[in-house]
Design a protein around this ligand. Sequence first.
Ligand SMILES: C[S@@+](CC[C@H](N)C(=O)[O-])C[C@H]1O[C@@H](n2cnc3c(N)ncnc32)[C@H](O)[C@@H]1O
Length: 247
Amino acid sequence: MTPLNPQWTELKQQSFAAYIPDEVLKYRSDEIARIMEWKAANPVSLPAGVEIGSNRGCFLLGLARGQREVSCLGIELKSSLCRIASNKLAREGLTNGHVIHADARLAIPVLFEPGTLEAIYVLFPDPWWKKRHARRRLLDDGFFEMAHAFLKPGGHFVLKTDVLDYFDAVDEYLSSLSCFERVEMSSVPGSDSWTLSTRERHCLEDVLPYRQLAVRKRDVAWDGNVPVTLTEKKLEKHNYRYHPEEK
Ligand SMILES: C[S@@+](CC[C@H](N)C(=O)[O-])C[C@H]1O[C@@H](n2cnc3c(N)ncnc32)[C@H](O)[C@@H]1O
């Protein structure tokens, strides 16, 4: 964490500030400035979809191959993995594929206008198994409020995970929101040319069960006031397990 930036109030004037908590604007201004610089040097044209946690680019490559008219942006926290994925895209000449080294929770609001994304893909998010790490989990109410804001009406959110507890929690949460509707995975544009992510390949090779879901954003307002929330699960420090029936 960087020290408090005395100019953080300037960031507060930017339109993306509505989607980033003040504490983050205050203390992660360096990261935000870096994303703004990247944006100036690498304009990502619309239509666009993003993969959060693109890792070595195994899934991103299939996205970019299958929809050449769509900008496919991988957002990844580890810079070494970004280089690997970028090199793969460049080797194939996939100029519609891009990778940014950033935290997606900052990058999406800084890089895009609300209501513009075709799709957000999250494949095998870090489970943060231990109760004391539960707060670090990517998917919570705030994440879905942001995803809802940045997807276009009719845009898709796709999740795959082998952490069945994580899946069940998200599944229950999304089912309670009227602003997303469940759809078949095969109806997500481009799904016929998806490739396996690293973790998905591992699951298939080792015959590990995993789950997947896809939802489409309905053209209605965010309705996050639901009785069971993902954030409450985080705050209760719910312990995730591969299989919910495990003791
Ligand atoms: C368990 S790995 C899964 C990688 C890949 N999606 C797959 O299915 O094999 C999770 C990935 O998400 C990245 N990640 C975690 N939180 C992130 C965030 N907030 N923004 C961008 N990337 C993130 C991690 O660095 C890691 O590469």
